[in-house]
Design a protein. Structure first.
Length: 149
């Protein structure tokens, strides 16, 4: 079943870039930008992360915590954060459990080849844990503009 605006965001437990376990429920009372992306250090994912980095103060002033999720591991996330100077949390979803809970682990196609992967999607979650917005057509270079629109 696909998540809809107004649904309660599914809680999850996963490791962040420091190997610490975090849960979505840890953020209750805060607004969260939970963004799913395919892979660290690829052009589109880097553009998206850097847009969120460059506008992080603006997002924080609007009350948002930013959390990125990809199937990459802890070490990959550490390198990505270091290289791009990212000021927010990245979740290592190596078993794809968080991707699956949010329905973004789907069949994709490139050059006629079908494979499973993360569909770039952002969930804007309110203080009560309800999904306020779902951004499916992410503009990697103006993602903050989409979130704050």
């Amino acid at each position: 079943m696909e998540l809809q605006v107004g649904d309660t965001a599914p809680d999850f437990e996963a490791l962040n870039q420091d190997g610490e376990t975090i849960k979505l429920s840890d953020y209750k009372g805060k607004k969260v930008v939970l963004y799913f992306y395919p892979k660290d250090n690829t052009p589109g994912c880097t553009a998206q992360a850097c847009n969120l980095r460059d506008n992080h103060t603006e997002l924080q002033q609007a009350g948002y915590e930013v959390i990125g999720v990809s199937p990459d591991g802890v070490k990959s996330h550490q390198k990505f954060i270091e290289k791009q100077e990212l000021p927010f949390t990245l979740i290592a979803d190596e078993d794809k459990a968080v991707n699956e809970k949010f329905g973004v682990w789907q069949e994709k196609s490139m050059y006629g080849r079908k494979y499973m992967g993360t569909v770039r999607t952002t969930f804007v979650i309110d203080e009560e844990g309800k999904i306020k917005d779902i951004i499916k057509k992410v503009k990697t270079k103006d993602h903050t503009g989409q979130i704050l629109a």
